[in-house]
Design a protein around this ligand. Sequence first.
Ligand SMILES: NC(=O)c1ccc[n+]([C@@H]2O[C@H](COP(=O)([O-])OP(=O)(O)OC[C@H]3O[C@@H](n4cnc5c(N)ncnc54)[C@H](O)[C@@H]3O)[C@@H](O)[C@H]2O)c1
Length: 360
Amino acid sequence: MTVRVGIIGCGGIANGKHMPALSQVKEVEMVAFCDLIVERAEEAKAKYGDESAKVYTDYKEMLTDSTLDVVHVCTPNSSHSELTIAALESDCHVMCEKPMAKTSEEARTMIEAANRTGKKLTIGYQNRFRTDSRYLHDVCADGELGNIYFGKAHAVRRRAVPTWGVFLDEEAQGGGPLIDIGTHALDLTLWMMDNYKPKFVVGKAYHELSQTENAANAWGPWDPSKFTVEDSAFGYIVMENGASIFLESSWALNSLDVKEAKTSLYGSKGGADMDNGLTINGENRGLLYEKQIELETGGVDFYDGATQTPELLEAHSWIQAILNDTEPVVKPEQALVVTEILEALYESSNTGKPVYIKGE
Ligand SMILES: NC(=O)c1ccc[n+]([C@@H]2O[C@H](COP(=O)([O-])OP(=O)(O)OC[C@H]3O[C@@H](n4cnc5c(N)ncnc54)[C@H](O)[C@@H]3O)[C@@H](O)[C@H]2O)c1
């Protein structure tokens, strides 16, 4: 069976992840490419579509094509909810990029639309498909760490502010590193802890290094006057069962301790961190141990191993969920909880008070 996919937003992530990955899934045909900038949609068609593929600048026009099965939403955060709901209502399954939406209200309406239409919805948290993440998830699910009562979600860069597109624009994105990369780290941490019941959060966002002129940066200096989102944000999340999570996120921080899309876990039977590969630690027969997990298959150019990038696994797994009518790995209800927590952290930063998620 062929799955006919349309892409909305043919920019960085569509070219860096979605289209190259989908082009390797044998059941997929990319038949529609939409971008406000027509050249981007045309380039995408030239690279990933065939002669009959269509190019659009208006997503509504694209969604009138009743032969589309799946839509990937790869536009800035402010349009995720509108585009996702429109695609679901046009009878398409949707993979929407992270973060799910700018606000939890928008995220909830996306889930309502998926339930109403009976279509599948997933969010692009590809870090779950990394070898270390999948291994650690199995370790946690098997209870090897015991009760995981504390976690750390790491999303810290020293100087890597995304200066293209609208990443620095509060209106378009809803926030800076917290919503952009903190979202990946928090998703991983909640998934490992299998705990989606936050009680309250307290956090603080900073606009410090964003105001530096001619700053050192992986993608060139930023314009401080256009940097309207935070440059760093930190938070503490307390869950209903008493477990807690420290979340650190930054695009620019004077720190040598940088790590992104990583989690550290602390349980009653053992701990784990993703610092240098994957390490599991604990105590056995009165002594402490440290176990380094080798993430490479090692030594042999193993065909499957060589091609199993997280991006490919994400695309394969998503298309298989559609073909087999199973639940996608990233459930929208889980992504909603990530959105609720991030939104509450911003609110806590603005009000200077802890924020109770269920409005206590
Ligand atoms: N999963 C990841 O690790 C990851 C990495 C980078 C970006 N992202 C997410 O992907 C999304 C896009 O980021 P990007 O880096 O690709 O940005 P980008 O600016 O490179 O690309 C976005 C594209 O969408 C187009 N666009 C905007 N509004 C549109 C609309 N209404 N209809 C059609 N096209 C529209 C723009 O013209 C642009 O070409 C963001 O939500 C971002 O958070 C995810």
